[in-house]
Design a protein around this ligand. Structure first.
Ligand SMILES: Nc1ncnc2c1ncn2[C@@H]1O[C@H](COP(=O)(O)OP(=O)(O)O)[C@@H](O)[C@H]1O
Ligand SMILES: [Mg+2]
Length: 302
């Protein structure tokens, strides 16, 4: 078994007033192993981005622990250690229009990180590194001097990926990196991410709001609903033996390639049942976890 790169333990992230908090993330636990892709899937508003942002320390978390390479990332770290975390963990954002400054050139955007960290002393080295990164994401060196607004959505996302790679991270959180792109471009970007993962030994947390594309990139998938992870297992398990009714509902919404079967298929609605008994995470099969009460789990696994 590979090493754990990231360990999230009972993470809570609440917003708003303490007497009526928005429980964006409400006690989730998962590990991410070195070299794998963990998909994090759930409908809009369930807490996926908040999870990602908590991991890259954009928030002081409400409760829980996040360990990166065995070290607690929120507990009293020196500036130097924090700088190191910032290099090792990067994020790719959903909207390549909003996340790139249109008045900066591709080269300036990509170089921002290494300028801040003072990685390259001379201009030539810096230019060479920008060129390498552009080529790594399937763009040309000549693109360095073009402004972000001159690129298409897919090309912008490639610039966002090059920016994320600029400090040679080990872990990348891709927050719905293809949701804003044309369907025809989505597979290209997923393939690029897969290729880069192999070449650079990257570990991904890949966030998506449905189960249609995550299958192609994820080794394991965590399904999130209202701030909780309701099911977690290998991609095969999640696709072939889903247990939680919410996962089943999400799966029934994945379009099928054959239009005839697709037309006949029924979407399974999800009806949420709050259990009156205690709810917790059960390991229903080896490495396949489901959140619920004892009687719910019994019913769902019958
Ligand atoms: N900074 C914030 N302040 C207050 N509420 C927030 C903040 N960020 C997210 N939320 C709320 O937390 C919940 C989860 O949001 P988010 O993590 O963005 O969901 P997702 O990425 O799954 O769509 C939503 O109800 C959202 O409105
Ligand atoms: Mg989001």
């Amino acid at each position: 078994m590979a090493n754990k790169l990231l360990e999230v333990k009972n993470l809570k992230q609440y917003f708003g007033s303490s007497n009526n908090p928005i429980k964006a993330v409400d006690g989730i636990s998962f590990d991410v192993y070195e070299g794998e892709t963990l998909g994090l899937v759930g409908e809009s508003g369930c807490g996926k981005s908040t999870t990602g942002r908590s991991i890259i320390r954009l928030y002081d978390i409400t409760d829980g622990e996040i360990l990166f390479k065995g070290q607690n990332i929120h507990a009293g770290k020196s500036r130097k250690e924090l700088k190191q975390f910032n290099r090792e963990m990067q994020m790719i954002f959903q909207d390549p229009y909003a996340s790139l400054n249109p008045r900066m050139t591709a080269g300036e955007i990509i170089a921002e990180g290494f300028d801040i960290h003072g990685l390259y002393k001379n201009k030539q080295e810096r230019r060479e590194r920008i060129g390498e990164l552009l080529e790594a994401v399937g763009l040309n060196r000549e693109h360095a001097n073009r402004y972000a607004h001159e690129f298409s959505g897919g090309q912008r996302q490639r610039i966002g990926i090059a920016r994320a790679l600029s400090l040679d991270p080990s872990f990348i959180i891709a927050d719905e990196p293809i949701s804003a792109l044309d369907v025809s471009i989505q597979a290209q970007v997923v393939n690029l991410l897969k290729k880069l993962q192999k070449e650079r030994n990257l570990t991904y947390l890949f966030i998506a709001h449905d189960l249609s594309m995550v299958k192609y990139i994820s080794d394991r998938i965590a399904v999130m609903y209202r701030g909780k992870i309701v099911e977690l297992g290998t991609s095969d398990e999640i696709y072939n033996h889903p247990i939680h009714p919410y996962t089943k509902s999400l799966l029934s919404a994945v379009p099928l390639p054959d239009p005839l079967t697709e037309r006949k298929r029924q979407r399974i609605p999800y009806v949420h049942e709050d259990a009156t008994e205690q709810m917790k995470v059960y390991e229903v099969l080896p490495n396949h976890f489901v959140y619920g009460s004892e009687s719910q789990i019994k019913k769902w696994t019958k």
